[in-house]
Design a protein around this ligand. Structure first.
Ligand code: OSB
Ligand code: MG
Length: 379
């Protein structure tokens, strides 16, 4: 497969409701979509970076720059036999996993479309139906949070995750557990605590949580091991895991008992599959995290979630929880059993709403083959 060009566009999409995490409030998303054009057809990917560098160091703007100035020049005009080859070609770039993932994932979409098979089949997925959970943003008060949980349970979701931060933690979780004694409940701190907060974090052991997600610093595996030794509840790592080596370090150090795999954070499907395989062999349950994606990123998440070992409900939920109009057709829906069915069509298995995407586009560029890598490295 020869990559002829990368077309990137930034689309502006407004979430139906603001979403608050320990690092800030998001309502207006700036999403980069990538269309890879090859001699074997096209494929789509999404950059899952946030607008600011508050979840991880990447942003919409850094991803655009890295795509244009570095990734395009490493891959456009070159031929590859598989997506792992594309990932390998991007290896000189340190970090910037989310920028890489958009192109790596788009390669998988090209290959699946070209082969006439669904992406989940090409990836080696074995689950036709995946369990879904929801991630609830931080609420200003407990009654509104309890109402929201009730609403999501009525919509059949199988697991409720509560975002927490200092001052909006134990009392909220305690109330949620008291009102809903039997539900699968988790919390996600997005790195809002330190080891000094261990006494507070220990209080969370009283609420029968399935796991506590990423309590400590975003790049700190060692201290999570120290914390895990003091908690009975499993720690789930999110921000810390940028690839297989981090997963190995975390598991060997016993820094977590569960891992959240996000395609963007680990540079795409190839590396995600390596982590999934490793976790399967080591008895570590995994689940698919979300980054408030549009339909393109969501479709990639759905396909990945079909792999063996994705046994816990993911943050993969219906389009309508996020958007009035999603950019794919049909939009993602969740069954009355709280599941999403794998689509049957080739590639992502969802059609793109090109007219809508065009209307949402605020900038668009296409990168064609350029000179050899060495001649632009300092340009
Ligand atoms: O930590 O999982 C996270 C959203 C933005 C950034 C980080 C996270 C999240 C979510 C929402 O929890 C997941 C989703 O519904 O897409
Ligand atoms: Mg998280």
């Amino acid at each position: 497969m020869k990559i002829e060009s990368i077309q990137a566009r930034e689309i502006a999409m407004r979430l139906s409701k603001p979403f608050e995490t320990s690092f800030g409030v998001t309502q207006d998303r700036r999403i980069i979509l990538v269309e890879l054009k090859t001699d074997e057809g096209i494929g789509w990917g999404e950059v899952t970076a946030g607008e600011g560098p508050f979840y991880n160091p990447e942003t919409t703007d850094t991803a655009w720059l890295i795509l244009r100035n570095f990734i395009a020049r490493l891959v456009v005009g070159n031929s590859f036999t598989d997506a792992a080859g594309v990932l390998h070609a991007m290896a000189p770039i340190r970090g910037h996993e989310m920028a890489k993932a958009a192109v790596e994932n788009a390669t998988w979409d090209v290959l699946a479309r070209h082969g006439g098979v669904p992406l989940h089949s090409l990836l080696g997925g074995t689950q036709r139906e995946i369990p879904c959970g929801v991630s609830l943003g931080i609420h200003s008060d407990i009654p509104s949070l309890l109402d929201k949980i009730g609403e999501e349970l009525s919509a059949s979701y199988k697991r409720i995750k509560l975002k927490i931060k200092p001052g909006k933690d134990v009392a909220f979780v305690e109330a949620a557990r008291r009102h809903y004694p039997d539900i699968a409940l988790t919390v996600d701190a997005n790195s809002a605590y330190t080891l000094q907060d261990v006494e507070l974090l220990k209080q969370l052991d009283g609420f029968n949580l399935t796991y506590i997600e990423q309590p400590l610093e975003w790049n700190e595996i060692y201290q999570h091991a120290a914390l895990q030794r003091q908690l009975s509840t499993a720690i789930c790592l999110d921000e810390c895991i940028h690839g297989l080596r981090d997963a190995q370090a975390a598991v060997e150090l016993e820094a977590c008992k569960v891992i959240n795999i996000k395609l963007g954070r680990v540079s795409g499907h190839t590396e995600a599959k390596r982590i999934q395989q490793y976790c399967l062999e080591h008895g570590i349950p995994v689940w698919c995290g979300g980054m408030l994606e549009s339909g393109v990123g969501r479709a990639h998440n759905i396909a990945m979630s079909s792999l063996p070992g994705f046994v816990l409900p993911g943050d993969v939920s219906a389009s309508k929880r996020y958007w009035k109009d999603d950019i794919i057709e049909p939009e993602v829906t969740v069954s009355s059993k709280g599941t999403i069915m794998m689509p049957d069509g080739p590639g992502l298995g969802f059609a793109l709403r090109h007219d809508l995407i065009e209307r949402l586009t605020v900038r668009k560029e296409e990168w064609l083959p350029r000179q050899a890598v060495s001649s632009y490295a300092t340009a």
